[in-house]
Structure formats: structure tokens, C-alpha cells
Design a protein around this ligand. Structure first.
Ligand SMILES: [Mg+2]
Length: 314
């Protein structure tokens, strides 16, 4: 049976892992402790049958804290894929796993930093969109935390938070909420059915379908190309690029605002450069002293620039 026989072919459901697909209230690095949540295997199969790609996006800051390794994360992810496939008798079901091992307060220096992949940043979704040719505007995110919602919203996806906490739901502003995974699946399937084009070509939804089969999409793109100088695929590419640039700018600003010892050393060098230049100006009548102070000032300025460059690349 082919599961991509109709419906959406380039939309995805992005899935948070811990407490969305599996039970996990702590740091999980042992595949033998993997337990799927109720309704997950059946829900994933239903989404797949509706034509969605299934992509797991998970923060794994436990790697940065030294609780487990990236190999452990891979082992847990593999066990999840295997259990889902055994439960549904369908293989493969989950298209890909993305995880972010970094954490700004990690204990392992190699992983101690913020990262564009770390939710609430949308980096994993943007990478998946590039890797798998996913239309983010036609995709959904399911997760149990506000950071899942924020990452999805920033990437331009619709979002469902798994929670009964009304205050959290109100503050995180998802597209919808559900108490259980099966409820989230029902929301997506209903919305998909509402937006799917009718057989006679009329749209079932007043604003038109969000997605269409790839063949129809190509035909529509070709028809629209004459009237629209920018095809919809190019528009999607431009939109993705704009999101990436905005996010890059935001994370760069955050990094610049972070205090580091190298920045402090650069600041001290800069002050010394100014001081030496001033001392030189006070000795204009003594050319030897003037040249010495100016030389020191230039040296300090070079130190300043070097320290800032090293800080930026670290
Ligand atoms: Mg979670």
C-alpha cells in the first residue's frame, strides 16, 4: 500500500519527542526506557496516510549537561522508530529525527552555547524544510511546551500544544490545543479535509486549500506563472530565506549581547589604546615619546580587534 496516494505530499507534521511521542520527565539516554504515549503509533499512521511527512524535532540539552551522549540520543530515536513501525506494521513511518544537543548552560564545554536549532529557535524546522522540500506554511507542529509553539510559529507553521493548562495555552497562542496526541491528530485531519480541493476543482475552504497534490501544484504553478512573475515555489523559497535571515539576525544580536571574558579583555585593550593615544598627544613636542605612545596605542587596538574576532568565532 502506498501511503502517499492522495492529499498533501510536501507538508509535514513536526513532532516534539519528549512528553509528546514518549513518556519522559527526565533525561532519557537509555533506549530500554522508551515508552510510547497512548495513541501515538495509530496517530502517526493516520497522519502518514493523509500524506504528511513526519519529522521529529527535539531539544536534547542532556548531552550538553553530560547526562548522556549523542550516540544515546540516536539509540533512543532508533528505538522510537522501531516501536512505531512494529505497532503499525508500516515501515518507514517517521521520515527523520533532528535533535539539538546544545544548551547555553551546559556542563560540557563543547556543547555549551545557544544554537539556531535549539527550540524556541526554528532551526530544525528550517533545516528539515531544505532537506525534505517541505512547505512550512502547509505544515503543523505538535508539542507539549510553549517553545514548540514558538518555533513552529516563527517557521510559519500551524501549531498544536498538548496541554490542559489554560493559562499556558492562552500565553503560548497555538493554532489549537489538545489534551492527548489523538486529539491533535483529529484537529489536523479535520482541517486537512476542510482544505482539500473538491473533485470538481472548487475549493472546499473559502480562502482556498493550503496545499494540493504535487502534480496539481506544478500545473497550478505553471498556469499562474504567466500572471505572476514569481512562482509559488520561489515565493516559498523567499519566505524560508526571510525567516532564516530574521532568525540569524536575532541570534546574532543575542550573542553580541552576551558577556564573555574575551569581550571584557577587548574592552580593556580598547581603553588602553585610547589612554596611550592621549598620552602621545600630550607629548607633541617630543617626537620620540609621541611615536612610542602612538605605537603602543596601535598595538592595543590590534589586540582589541583580534580578541573581538576570536570571540565572534568561538
Ligand atoms: Mg516535550
Amino acid at each position: 500500500m502506498t501511503v502517499l496516494s492522495f492529499g498533501i505530499v510536501d507538508a509535514a507534521v513536526f513532532l516534539d519527542r519528549d512528553n509528546t511521542l514518549i513518556h519522559n520527565d527526565g533525561d532519557l539516554g537509555d533506549p530500554d526506557e522508551v515508552r510510547l504515549k497512548d495513541g501515538v503509533a495509530e496517530g502517526l499512521k493516520a497522519l502518514r496516510v493523509a500524506g504528511y511527512r513526519l519529522v521529529v524535532i527535539t531539544n536534547q540539552g542532556g548531552v550538553a549537561r553530560g547526562r548522556y551522549t549523542e550516540a544515546d540520543v540516536d539509540a533512543v530515536n532508533q528505538r522510537i522508530a522501531t516501536e512505531v513501525e512494529q505497532a503499525t506494521k508500516q515501515r518507514p513511518l517517521i521520515d527523520r529525527f533532528y535533535y539539538c544537543p546544545y544548551h547555553p548552560e551546559g556542563d560540557v564545554e563543547e556543547y555549551r552555547r545557544d544554537h539556531p536549532w535549539r527550540k524556541p529557535h526554528p532551526g530544525m524546522l528550517l533545516q528539515a524544510a531544505r532537506d525534505l522540500d517541505i512547505d512550512l506554511g502547509a505544515s503543523w507542529v505538535i508539542g507539549d511546551q510553549p517553545r514548540d509553539v514558538q518555533a513552529g510559529r516563527t517557521a510559519g507553521c500551524r501549531t498544536i500544544v498538548l496541554s490542559a493548562d489554560e493559562q499556558m495555552i492562552r500565553e503560548s497562542k497555538p493554532t489549537a490545543s489538545a489534551a492527548e496526541f489523538a486529539g491533535a491528530v483529529q484537529v489536523i485531519l479535520k482541517q486537512t479535509a476542510d482544505e482539500r480541493p473538491l473533485p470538481n476543482g472548487a475549493a472546499a475552504h473559502a480562502s482556498g486549500p493550503k496545499t494540493m497534490p504535487r502534480a496539481k501544484k506544478r500545473a497550478a504553478t505553471a498556469t499562474a506563472a504567466a500572471a505572476n512573475p514569481m512562482p509559488s515555489d520561489s515565493m516559498e523559497q523567499v519566505r524560508r530565506t526571510m525567516i532564516e535571515l530574521t532568525e540569524e539576525l536575532r541570534t546574532t544580536r543575542q550573542r553580541k549581547a552576551e558577556f564573555t571574558p574575551l569581550k571584557m579583555a577587548a574592552g580593556i585593550c580598547q581603553l588602553l589604546a585610547l589612554l596611550f593615544a592621549l598620552l602621545g598627544l600630550l607629548q607633541l613636542s617630543n617626537s620620540t615619546a609621541l611615536m612610542s605612545w602612538v605605537g603602543f596605542a596601535i598595538l592595543m587596538q590590534m589586540f582589541t580587534v583580534t580578541l573581538l574576532l576570536v570571540d565572534q568565532r568561538s
